[in-house]
Design a protein around this ligand. Sequence first.
Ligand SMILES: C[S@@+](CC[C@H](N)C(=O)[O-])C[C@H]1O[C@@H](n2cnc3c(N)ncnc32)[C@H](O)[C@@H]1O
Length: 197
Amino acid sequence: MDVGFLKENLAELVSTGDLIRKYSKGNAVFNAYHWTVLKLVFLKLYLQEVYTPIIKKYYDNMFYIDPFAGSGLNKFSHMEDVFVPGSPLVAWGFAKKSFDKLFLVEKDEKNCEALEERMGLVAHPENFEVIPGDANEKCELIIREIEDTPQSHFFAFIDPITFEAKWETVRRMLASGVRGDFIILLQTRRIAQNVGH
Ligand SMILES: C[S@@+](CC[C@H](N)C(=O)[O-])C[C@H]1O[C@@H](n2cnc3c(N)ncnc32)[C@H](O)[C@@H]1O
């Protein structure tokens, strides 16, 4: 990937983040680091260029699952006034073919409120569901709803802070009769800090 290409994609994220900040009333933001933007650029390009154009050709229903959805906006901790959209807004805003529905789980109440409001700026209410609570409890209902929808495919973006995603939750999605693609992020530095290294 050349640097110009990366910069263009980064600029698109930053200008979208700026718009969300301007139009959103909520204050909740996630503190972003340099790797945050790389994961979001990767998510943007994968959904835009690979996943959605291919999957929508073969499946009638295409779902996005974000079990650790955040507040919809990330702020760079080491830069003044630089914002990038959170993963749900990237998934909705940059997909070449729109998802039929986004399932967005978030444990923190303030993040849920902000996410609901921010998603409402860009998507119709029938296209997303913000689900308050623990991802490990809520994923069962989500996967069942997808299993009950014929001709479905899902994309799951699993992005916990450290160890919050239980293997049983991931296993349930992997073992479903419905086909899915996954991006699973493991923040090794934070995990190492947590286990005392
Ligand atoms: C790394 S952030 C997600 C950032 C988001 N994916 C993005 O790119 O904008 C992790 C989020 O998971 C939430 N969280 C932590 N434990 C959770 C749990 N057990 N269930 C649901 N959400 C959880 C946190 O409140 C935080 O907002």
